[in-house]
Design a binder for this molecule. Structure first.
Ligand code: GLC
Ligand code: GLC
Length: 827
């Protein structure tokens, strides 16, 4: 069944009942202050780094789930009725409920016994705070006397320490409280401000208060949960002052509402910093200047509305860069709205903070961030540029790279180190995408450190060369790339024989075989290599281009000679030189990744192996919910294969539907001109097509999940790990560039659709290098691929006919700030 619906005009998903099969969340914030916000007002917020600068506490894996958020408790002081209008944490019976998740904001509205409530929550542009604007409306015909209690629980900044170091933390919590008779009433969380921090949090409201609480135990009662706060049930704040234990922020406001009357409050939860020499306004009194300015700025309902309007304009403008109109509204809303929105979220969050990523663990991944870039480079090219330079600075002089780096320091993570041998190639992939989007070859001349060491700096081009050479210089016995600790599949750990519980499967590199090879890395090389060649040619590096072309040919030869299994592409050779992903294997006979990527690289297209490989993928790996990663699933732990065989069959890398790699098959199908198959692959993992199947799928119907349980799992079809996944970028690439076929190339915008034969046509608008392209595709001929004619601003334009794989037309770069009409007729 469905738990809501899409409102495409408003760019919102509307959740119509609070008890969704999992908390369905949204992200607030687009610059450096972020909040996670569930459909029942759960979640938390942080400034820049979810681990080190977390403002509010959140308990992962709690019972009940999704405990902790920005809550408003209401009490009818006449009847004594107490409820939470966001449903949680009291699971209050509501007469109506709705949550609208929009672009960077969420709106919860509900009512109970004639009292209407609405809350709109967002992070305004350019400020480090969350705004929660609430409105109460008396829809009854009698006067109402309402007690309002706000509630947030402060995190003592370092989220990891906050959840582990109680012997210290129960003694350090400190707050300050300001309750002037007029204006903002603010609670300041200043734990550790005395010594080494120059920041505090403020939780204020634009109205005088009738009381407050800052001590959790006083507010809740020691043995109570968030669902039965003592102060609220007593209808009286305790005016508690936190001293150690658990500091919270709760405002108490008594409100009289006549029949028909409404009242609005603006609550602001902000992060404030002071320069070292201006930390104090008096002994032990923090300097509140920045907080006062922030609260003053949002001290009226109109100011909050204006900030929300600005945010809406920001998103309207951003999503205006690529729009789609088509009969298939599910595809249109995903490609035009939600998929791009999710790409921005992965840009901001990488893999740090979601309802499955605790914000404590992983920083930015080298390969993940480069791939994420493919999904947002058209939206924020200038931010993509600086991201590329940050990533490249964590590369080592030999071309290998830190696998992860910290967003705050931008330095590589020593605990994980390097040795994931696919990493370097993704830098070429990301930079090529950036140059195709922008035409900015100048980025290649930027000086970028190696290993974060300025004295080792060289041009970005040299970084690309080192990436390319790393693969050339690290090959195994079959001339295929050595895999190292793993390739894209983090769990194919062919040199890390791990027996000890708790030890990392990836970093236990205790068996440096110098033998284990990856066909996937070879295919990635064959896919990104030609872009490297083009970059060399276009920057007058002819000799390098010749060398690179030769290296690619040798790699393709190695795949042809040692990477083909008869009906599909092999996956790898293990540390003993044994095949992985071969018909000879007992389990793991066929893997998805090397098949998708080899065909993406064009290997086997001419001699029919590509079609055979994709047909094998369909036969052995396809399910109604998407393509599983491998088959048969590993039933036993194989120490020589690593983590992949550690998961129960059907989950994650062990034969789960690992959505990230499904679009590789989609793209591969388009290379064969098979639009029906490509689209089928696209829709199977696309959440909007499974909206009415939410009880099984469980995750948000508006965003991709990293994984859906495969056919070997008991819960086949159940999704997990929504939001932060490379699936977002790759599905956007697959739908926008390969199915709808609007693809930036070095010389312009290539139009080369490969669509299902029953799709009558579509319209895409694409902002590209300073001009707008209005592209209309007519498929009344019912084709899957191939263009009969193209006109550009009324003039007929040349098309390229090179067989199914190379149709299309390259529309030139106009760069004139104007709109250009492109009409494409398939046939
Ligand atoms: C996760 C990782 C990504 C990896 C994938 C497959 O999504 O973030 O780096 O490629 O798993 O193992
Ligand atoms: C990736 C995989 C996950 C594995 C992790 C290890 O995220 O998806 O299965 O545990 O990498 O780094």
């Amino acid at each position: 069944m469905q738990y809501g619906y899409f409102d495409d005009d408003a760019r919102e998903y509307v959740i119509t009942r609070p008890d969704t099969p999992y908390p369905w969340i949204n992200y607030l914030g687009c610059e450096d202050f972020f909040g996670l916000f569930s459909n029942t007002s759960g979640g938390y917020c942080f400034y820049r780094d979810a681990r080190m600068l977390r403002l509010t506490r959140y308990r992962y894996n709690n019972v009940p789930t999704d405990s902790g958020g920005r809550y408003f408790y209401l009490r009818d002081s006449y009847t004594g009725d107490v409820w939470t209008p966001s449903w949680m944490p009291m699971k209050s019976q509501l007469d109506s409920y709705e949550c609208r998740h929009g672009m960077g904001y969420s709106r919860i509205s509900s009512s109970r016994n004639g009292l209407g409530f609405s809350q709109v929550s967002f992070v305004p542009l350019h400020d480090k705070c969350e705004i929660h604007k609430i409105t109460l409306t008396n829809d009854s015909n009698i006067d109402k006397y309402i007690d309002i209690f706000s509630f947030v629980e402060f995190c003592l900044w370092n989220a990891n320490d906050d959840m582990t170091n109680f012997q210290r933390n129960f003694s350090i919590g400190e707050v300050e409280i300001e309750c002037p008779p007029e204006g903002s009433s603010a609670i300041y969380h200043k734990t550790e401000y005395r010594e080494r921090r120059n920041h505090y949090a403020v939780w204020g409201v634009n109205a005088p208060v009738d009381g407050f609480d800052t001590d959790r135990q006083s507010f809740l009662g020691l043995y109570n949960g968030f669902d039965s706060p003592e102060a609220v049930f007593q209808g009286q704040a305790k005016d508690s002052v936190a001293s150690g234990w658990a500091p919270i922020g709760s405002h108490y406001i008594k409100l009289k509402l006549s029949a028909g009357e409404s009242k609005t409050y603006v609550f602001v939860l902000g992060y404030c910093e002071n320069p070292e020499d201006q930390k104090w306004e008096a002994q032990n009194k923090i300097n509140k200047k920045p907080a006062r300015a922030l609260l003053e700025k949002y001290s009226t309902s109109e100011a909050a509305d204006r900030a929300l309007d600005e945010l809406n304009d920001y998103w309207k403008n951003l999503l205006g860069k690529f729009t789609v109109e088509a009969d298939d509204e599910k595809m249109a809303r995903m490609a035009g709205i939600w998929n791009q929105y999710q790409c921005m979220v992965t840009f901001n969050m990488s893999r740090s903070a979601s309802y499955f990523e605790s914000g404590i663990g992983r920083g930015m991944g080298f390969r993940d961030s480069n791939q994420d870039l493919l999904g947002f480079v058209h939206l924020v090219p200038e931010r993509a540029r600086s991201r590329i330079l940050d990533i490249a600075a964590t590369q080592f002089p030999d071309g290998s790279a830190y696998h992860q780096y910290q967003p705050l320091t931008k330095r590589g993570n020593n605990e994980i180190g390097s040795g994931f041998n696919d990493d370097p190639l993704w830098l070429i992939c990301g930079v090529a995408a950036y140059i195709k989007e922008t035409g900015d070859y100048g980025i290649l001349n930027e000086k970028v450190p190696f290993n974060n060491d300025e004295s080792l700096a060289d041009t970005l081009f040299i970084h690309l060369k080192r990436s390319f050479d790393f693969t050339v210089n690290n090959k195994g016995p079959h001339g295929l790339p050595l895999i190292g600790r793993a390739d894209w599949n983090d769990c194919l750990n062919l040199n890390c024989f791990s027996k000890t519980p708790g030890e990392s499967f990836q970093t236990t590199a205790n068996f440096e075989s110098g033998v284990a090879e990856s066909v996937l890395i070879a295919a990635i090389f064959a896919f990104v290599g030609p872009d490297y060649v083009e970059i060399c040619k276009r920057t007058n590096r002819e000799d390098e281009a010749v060398y690179a072309e030769k290296s690619i040919m040798m790699m393709i030869e190695a795949i042809n000679n040692h990477g083909w299994d008869g009906n599909w592409f092999l996956r790898a050779y293990d540390a003993y030189g044994k095949k992985i992903g071969s018909n000879e294997c007992e389990d793991g006979k066929i893997y998805i990744e090397s098949n998708g990527f080899s065909v993406m690289a064009g290997i086997g297209i001419e001699d029919g192996r590509a079609a055979k490989a994709l047909d094998s993928v369909k036969e052995h790996l396809d399910t109604r919910y998407g393509i599983v990663l491998l088959q048969p699933a590993y039933k036993n732990y194989h120490i020589e294969l690593g983590e992949v065989s550690s998961y129960p069959p059907g989950y994650k890398e062990n034969a789960g539907i690992f959505c990230h790699n499904n679009p590789w098959v989609t793209i591969a199908e388009t290379r064969l001109g098979r639009g029906n198959r490509a689209f089928e692959t696209y829709t199977k993992i696309c959440p909007a097509y499974r909206e009415d199947d939410s009880d099984l799928r469980r995750m948000e119907p508006y965003v991709y999940a990293q994984m859906v349980a495969g056919k070997d799992a008991i819960r086949h079809g159940e999704a997990k790990n929504s939001w932060l996944t490379g699936t977002a970028a790759w599905t956007f690439v697959s739908i926008s560039q390969y199915i709808l076929g609007v693809r930036p190339v070095f010389d312009g915008l290539l139009i080369d659709p490969c669509i299902p034969s029953n799709m009558k046509g579509f319209t895409v608008t694409r902002h590209f290098r300073g001009a707008d392209y209005l592209i209309t595709v007519d498929n009344s001929a019912g084709k899957e691929k191939g263009i009969k004619s193209v006109t550009v601003d009324g003039n007929s334009h040349e098309t390229v006919h090179g067989g199914a794989a190379h149709g299309g037309a390259i529309i030139p770069v106009f760069g004139d700030g104007k709109e250009h009409k492109i009409i494409v007729v398939m046939g």
